[in-house]
Design a protein around this ligand. Sequence first.
Ligand SMILES: C=C(O[C@H]1C=CC=C(C(=O)O)[C@@H]1O)C(=O)O
Length: 408
Amino acid sequence: MPDDISSSIHQSTAGLSPQEISFSLFKAAAQTELPTALWRLPNTPHVQALVAKETTHSLPPLEGPAKGFAFHPFQVSPTSPINFLPADIYYCGKADEKVEVNAEELMERFRAVFSKTGQKQEIRSLQNWPQHPAGPVSAIRRDAFEQTVATAVSAMQAGCLEKVVLSRTKTLPLFEGFDLLQTFDHLTQLYPTAFVSLVAIPGVGTWLGATPEVLVQIDRHRVFRTVALAGTQPITDGLTPADAIWRQKEIEEQALVQRYIISCFKHLRLREYVEAGPRTIAAGNLLHLKTEYSAAMDEVGFQHLGTQMLELLHPTSAVGGMPKAAALKMINELEQHDRRYYSGFLGPVQLGQETNLFVNLRCAEVGQDTVTAYAGAGMTADSNPAKEWQETELKMQTVLRLFQASES
Ligand SMILES: C=C(O[C@H]1C=CC=C(C(=O)O)[C@@H]1O)C(=O)O
């Protein structure tokens, strides 16, 4: 029997596929109540996994040596803290690579459990995962939501603000035989261009999602990237991104996000960024307008551009509104639920020499017996309350379609 966790893990993973290794790491962490994350980057096949001994409640600089996984709420509060999961155990999901063990002293219990979860037939049958201590947030009824939208529209028509993103939730009971890891697997298959994630943190909860929205990326060549994503229409029969026609309302809504990003660059006095778009992209059953921004950090002389932009960008007007302060005030006044980690951000920091943070959209919080989906829509002076309800319904379907058995 090997006497360190590293060799123990390598022995236990012999004969498993890369995805099975990631799943069994996640499962052993959940069973031993350690913070853990599973994710699949857009347009890649690799399911990556990370296990931490404990969570820290602040984020390190994105350009520094710290490696881990960030899970940040929409607004920080005692019940929704910032979480950074150091990469004590990390697996990049590639067949020819080993599980990296950076903390040999990781609990003995994890090693013992892992050698069992690593057995093929056992991998999927996870029974318990962390839950938010307060249980599911409350859901708003359709008439009340539409009334709230009407209130926001009147404020915008009166010129109090230009845009606000209002959200709502929907909770369903989990169906008999629900399998968390299988649901994650289905999401990776359904949405190859999304960032698909499953995060489980004791005392915080378990979140599953397939988001289309990059917040901050820094690639291995130290190129910074972000996007302005907004405007929504359903993909109806035969409609391709190239055929999409956008109304003035959506064009303006997305232009506000662009303007906000450009104002962040201006604030830093950075002029040499590259802008591409807007163009139409597909995200699951929806189309959006997207403009991409990039800057080579060393060439433009901003060594910490990722960290600086992250501080300025979150929450962008794709999830808050414009002007930012007035929109956040309106969200806090009108929304009856706590957004928790919905419309916060999440993703790997400095892993595989890259940082990839995404806005936490098209996501759901999985309790022991329930699943709660969250979605919002950008309101402007031209919004129609019934259409905004429908739009949030479609956005929630990205994840809730996998819980259909729950609806029957
Ligand atoms: C706020 C959400 O989506 C944002 C991203 C794309 C399009 C959006 C919109 O059209 O309103 C939202 O700004 C959500 O999915 O909950």
